[in-house]
Design a protein around this ligand. Structure first.
Ligand code: GDP
Length: 412
């Protein structure tokens, strides 16, 4: 019985992605989030940023200002995976929130504007993500805009952010005529028909074949330069297989040496499916990230994402809602059951958990239990603040606080 329960609790961890979306204001973070929620069936109506119906912007103030002020965590399902989307403010004024969000992420999508490329805030949030060791993939958005250019945006990633950009797609069409991408790993085209949300897969268009082969070659060379297994294959066979490229891209994403670059137009709902595939393929699960560190009475301790270990979680957000005071927690180790008491270590206060909720955009799913790796909202704690550690009363552990931010960078 216990074994079955454990299997049930632990095996899906490999299929969890705790994901953030990082961007300069206006690059399209809210629109990308909306499209992901729409595509994963979390919302059934597409929200549009301009009319203030987006589901991640809960707060009226956010809608008024058109920027995401308060991080909201939303869970959605994709291809057998659970993606917990932690909204990360793009505006530099909210740097503490950015730090706390980055602290609980295992991976992120960095969204760039295909016209503007890397902008000051994208650079500052990128550096912060570096310090938190958050693996990232890049999404060059707004390819439908006049003046959009993937290559120029990619060069700005190389020059200003420094990891090797590893471009895995070739856009089909430009500006208004942008209709899809060539997937350079599978050498297949993905095309979204006008006014349609469905993607059609097919062969690489005749006129793009030569360019697609040239770019696949560039990708193989770039990966071989950084990854020994890809290099060996490249030397032996003068080519690198899609399977080797995929596992090398995963490794390079996790070490931060390279950044996988995808592109699309969130507004036109183009490029989101391959983006989610890349999230699942390249970004880590809670089991793939290093153990979390903390202290117990001054002595250093580490905790793995293990459901058998004592419970420890970090509060990264507290929201007053009609449902009550929601305490958003990243569970790092152990399990927590509805009705259990937990210790707020810093405040030396015990709090009882009356409900455990998984937030799904505008709905809450009630859970009896949350396990290591989960992102959930707790109802019950009355005083735990953002940044607090909650843990099993019998095994106190004070998790390391988020790293101290650099002074806020002024925006040119
Ligand atoms: P955020 O500030 O990063 O959350 O950006 P938003 O998602 O709010 O987008 C900023 C503006 O850019 C809005 O007016 C969007 O409608 C628009 N936008 C977002 N994605 C695209 C895109 O792919 N193409 C175009 N042309 N506009 C977009």
């Amino acid at each position: 019985m216990r074994t079955d329960l454990n299997r049930h609790l632990t095996s899906p961890l490999t299929a969890v992605r705790n994901l953030g979306i990082l961007a300069h204001v206006d690059a399209g973070k809210t629109t990308v989030t909306e499209r992901i929620l729409y595509l994963t069936g979390t919302t059934h109506k597409r929200g549009e940023v301009h009319n203030g119906t987006t589901v991640t912007d809960f707060d009226p103030q956010e809608r008024d200002r058109g920027i995401t002020i308060f991080a909201a965590a939303v869970s959605c399902a994709w291809d057998g995976h659970r993606i917990n989307l932690i909204d990360t403010p793009g505006h530099v004024d909210f740097s503490d929130e950015v730090e706390r969000s980055l602290r609980v992420l295992d991976g992120a999508i960095a969204v760039f504007d295909a016209v503007a490329g890397v902008e000051p805030q994208s650079e500052s949030v990128w550096r912060r993500a570096d310090r938190h060791g958050v693996p990232r993939i890049a999404f060059v958005n707004k390819l439908d805009r006049a003046g959009a250019d993937l290559d120029t945006a990619v060069e700005s990633i190389r020059e200003r952010l420094h990891p090797a950009p590893l471009v895995v797609q070739l856009p089909i069409g430009t500006e208004d005529g942008f209709s899809g991408v060539v997937d350079l790993l599978r050498m297949r085209s993905l095309v979204w028909a006008d006014g349609s949300d469905t993607v059609e897969e097919g062969p690489v268009p005749e006129g793009l074949r030569e360019e697609a082969h040239r770019r696949r070659r560039l990708l193989e060379e770039a990966v071989a330069e950084l990854h020994p297994v890809a290099l060996e294959e490249f030397c032996d066979r003068s080519t690198v297989s899609a399977a080797t490229l995929t596992s090398a891209l995963r490794d390079l994403t996790r070490t931060g040496e390279g950044v996988v670059v995808l592109c699309g137009s969130a507004y036109r709902n183009r490029g989101i499916e391959p983006l989610l595939e890349a999230v699942v393929a390249y970004l880590p699960s809670p089991l793939d990230v290093p153990a979390v560190r903390g202290t117990d009475s001054g002595a250093a301790q580490e905790r793995l994402a293990d459901s058998e270990a004592p419970f420890a979680g970090l509060v990264f957000k507290v929201n007053a809602t009609a449902t009550g005071r929601l305490t958003y927690v990243r569970v790092y180790s152990g399990t927590i059951d509805k009705g259990e008491a937990v210790l707020d270590v810093g405040a030396r206060r015990t709090e009882r958990i009356s409900r455990i909720l998984r937030v799904q955009a505008d709905r809450y799913a009630e859970l009896d239990r949350a396990v290591a790796g989960d992102i959930v909202a707790l109802v019950g704690p009355k005083s735990a603040r953002a940044g607090a550690t909650l843990c099993a009363p019998a095994a106190p552990l004070l998790l390391e606080p988020p790293v101290v931010a650099d002074p806020v960078v002024s925006v040119a």
